[in-house]
Design a protein around this ligand. Structure first.
Ligand code: DGY
Length: 324
């Protein structure tokens, strides 16, 4: 790399990664750690060689409304890039990268956590206990649903979907059914004893649990709508660690409130961090504040992966995780 490129980090990152960034780049950090506005982004696009955004940064038409930006690279901290308007970035000649692989295991761990918590009514139990309302053991108290040996439907069978299948099949003896846009190689399916079906409609009626691992963005907005929720078994559970917009939350609230499904576990929300008030009223729902990748090891690995992309981009224009 010739001179040190100017880079902007939009949120606080793990200290070890920030230190390495400060060594290798002219790095500017957002010390306040608050999300940047559209106007902030328009300014930044004129000033920095690279911007290092993350899922809380809406890089949409309004934020990218600049002529001849200086920025050549948006090196995203995170695997999902639905918050970046790729077409507009392309018209500006801006390269976009992400951080796949390094967060698959931890995200699958959170999906499994939600699955177990909602099936075994762990959220309800904890709320009862902390409220001082536990009256003691009894055979009919907070009886949940057995996970071992049940059938899990996985929508989206990329890295995270497969990490989920590994846990569910090899750890809990679950039968796995998969729906994925493209055909999954037979040896990959065989590794998890999984079968693939062509449509979500075929998958839903057979599953005791359904876990979403597809990308977000416009293409998958409300992929799980009222009609599809109606195809789930009445005692089945829906788990979402993908993106909030994949589920029509209004339809989910109806399904949970009228016991059309057994329950749900959500790590992501449409319009997060705003939570639809009616979700708060659903007892058969476990909610986490987007914790999928939130372990020290993974958050550091995500940061170092951004660094790898940055260094490769400014060396020869070929970052490892080029999205476009
Ligand atoms: C991602 O990487 O897209 C996550 O949602 C943030 O961990």
């Amino acid at each position: 790399m010739p001179a040190k490129p100017n880079v902007l980090v939009t949120r606080r990152w793990p200290a070890a990664v920030e230190a390495r960034l400060a060594e290798n780049f002219n790095a500017e950090f957002n010390k306040a750690d608050t999300p940047m506005s559209h106007a902030d982004f328009r300014e930044a696009l004129k000033k920095y060689d690279a911007i290092l955004p993350t899922v809380t940064d809406k890089l949409d038409a309004e934020a990218l409304d600049v002529s001849r930006p200086k920025t050549e690279l948006l090196a995203n901290y995170g695997v999902g890039f639905g918050h970046i308007d790729l077409n507009l970035a392309k018209t500006h000649g801006i390269t976009v990268t992400n951080t796949p692989d390094v967060l698959s295991d931890c995200t699958a761990d959170i999906a499994m956590t939600l699955l177990l918590m909602v099936a075994r009514r762990a959220g309800e139990g904890e709320r009862e206990l902390r409220a001082g309302q536990w009256t003691g053991w009894r055979p009919t108290h907070l009886v949940g649903t057995r996970v071992s040996g049940a059938t899990l439907g996985i929508i989206g069978f990329g890295r995270i979907g497969q990490a989920m299948a590994r846990r569910a099949h090899h750890g809990f003896g679950m039968k796995i059914i998969v729906q994925n846009r493209s055909k999954v190689a037979p040896e990959v399916l065989a590794a998890y004893g999984a079968t693939q079906v062509d449509t979500i409609e075929e998958l839903l009626p057979h599953c005791d649990f359904v876990s979403l691992h597809c990308p977000g963005g416009k293409a998958n907005k409300h992929l799980i709508n009222g009609q599809r929720l109606g195809l789930m078994k009445q005692d089945a559970f829906l788990i979402n660690t993908a993106r909030g917009e994949v589920i029509d939350e209004h339809a989910l609230i109806q399904a949970l409130s009228f016991d059309m499904i057994g329950g749900a576990g959500l790590d992501v929300f449409d319009g997060e961090p705003r939570i639809a008030p009616d979700l708060m009223q659903c007892d058969n729902l476990v909610m986490l504040p987007h914790l999928g990748s939130a372990t020290r090891a993974t958050r550091e690995a995500m940061g170092f992966r951004v660094l790898d992309n940055l260094e490769a981009f400014f060396k020869d224009g070929n970052p490892i995780d080029k999205v476009q």
